[in-house]
Design a protein around this ligand. Structure first.
Ligand code: NAD
Length: 291
């Protein structure tokens, strides 16, 4: 069994990005610039945005953080997005989700210029991904594809089961895995799927992205399968210093011994997500998606 080391792979990807920035600086080019918009004080969002800003510093990007209180109006946020769309120094920006209930996430995401949508959430980027033309791919699926490629996991003709059909993880995963060159035969499962256990037991590759701690058990996985665990559930623990521990969607002790490859939680898919966002920003600054 090979444990897929997302932390190490993310560090490698970030050092590759940092090397590119050094080259850009040496040649007198413009330093990549990423902005993040954060609304309110949700603990998770604060942590993610702080990590993104810190990662920008690490690779030598310029970063800007724009903060609003919870009571910001949709109109004010739309105005901010319009300003960022027109800021010629910015290569990309993200609006950290979730947003307060009185603001339509759909409206905000659709107002972002697809050329600066480094989160890859805009329908234009989703459509381009489906059509197989260059697009900003959302960070978590991009990170997973990068792990699969860097660990040289065979995908051609393999039966792949993706559990979860969200717009940011499951659905894009199913599209990327079925695209030409990757060539998996994909089954996309969700909360209404019948006989999930039997479907998983036939899979060569399983991507678990449903957000239910330790859902995938040993009896659902065949010998030699590749298992990618996207889930993150925070549960209270008296065994850790922080008082919390993270659980994936996979019952690791049961599943890991049967696998050829498996990602742990933490240290698997999670660390790749921020590196992928930085990579999208680099691609944007080099005009490699929209030429
Ligand atoms: P979501 O809640 O938007 O979607 C969950 C999906 O799982 C839905 O499509 C639903 O139909 C499906 N589902 C729910 N119960 C099911 C069941 N019993 N059987 C089969 N399918 C079922 O979640 P999301 O945003 O896609 O996130 C999924 C998990 O991944 C969460 O734990 C989230 O925290 C984690 N996540 C991790 C990263 C990362 O960087 N590692 C990034 C994004 C999300």
């Amino acid at each position: 069994m090979v444990l897929i080391d997302g932390k190490k792979t993310s560090e490698i990807l970030q050092s590759e990005i940092a090397e590119e920035v050094v080259k850009i600086k040496f040649l007198g080019g413009k330093i990549p610039h990423l902005a993040a918009v954060l609304v309110g004080h949700d603990g998770g969002s604060e942590t993610y945005v702080a990590a993104k800003v810190k990662a920008c510093e690490r690779v030598g990007f310029k970063s800007t953080l724009i903060r609003f209180e919870d009571n910001v109006t949709e109109e004010e946020l739309l105005k901010c997005v319009a300003k960022l769309n027109n800021d010629t120094d910015l290569d990309g920006f993200i609006v950290q989700l979730p947003l307060p209930k009185h603001i339509s996430e759909e409206k905000i995401v659709e107002s972002i210029n697809p050329r600066k949508d480094v989160d890859g959430f805009h329908p234009v980027n989703v459509g381009r991904m489906v059509a197989g033309v260059p697009a900003f791919i959302s960070a978590t699926p991009f990170g997973i594809m990068e792990l699969i490629k860097r660990y040289k996991i065979e995908t051609s003709g393999k039966n792949c089961v993706v559990i979860g059909r969200s717009n940011i993880v499951g659905r894009p995963m199913s599209i990327l895995l079925s695209q030409k060159g990757i060539d998996c035969t994909v089954t996309l499962c969700h909360s209404r799927t019948k006989n999930l256990k039997a479907i998983c037991a036939e899979a060569d590759i399983i991507v678990a992205a449903l957000g239910m701690a330790e859902f995938l058990t040993g009896d659902m996985v065949k010998e030699g399968a590749v298992v990618i665990d996207v889930g993150i559930t925070r549960i209270k623990s008296d065994k850790t210093k922080s008082g919390w521990k993270l659980l994936g969607d996979v019952k690791f002790e049961e599943v890991a011994p049967k696998c050829s490859y498996i990602t742990p939680v933490p240290g698997g898919v999670g660390p790749m997500t921020i590196a992928s966002l930085l990579y999208n920003t680099l691609l944007s600054s080099k005009k490699e998606i929209y030429k």
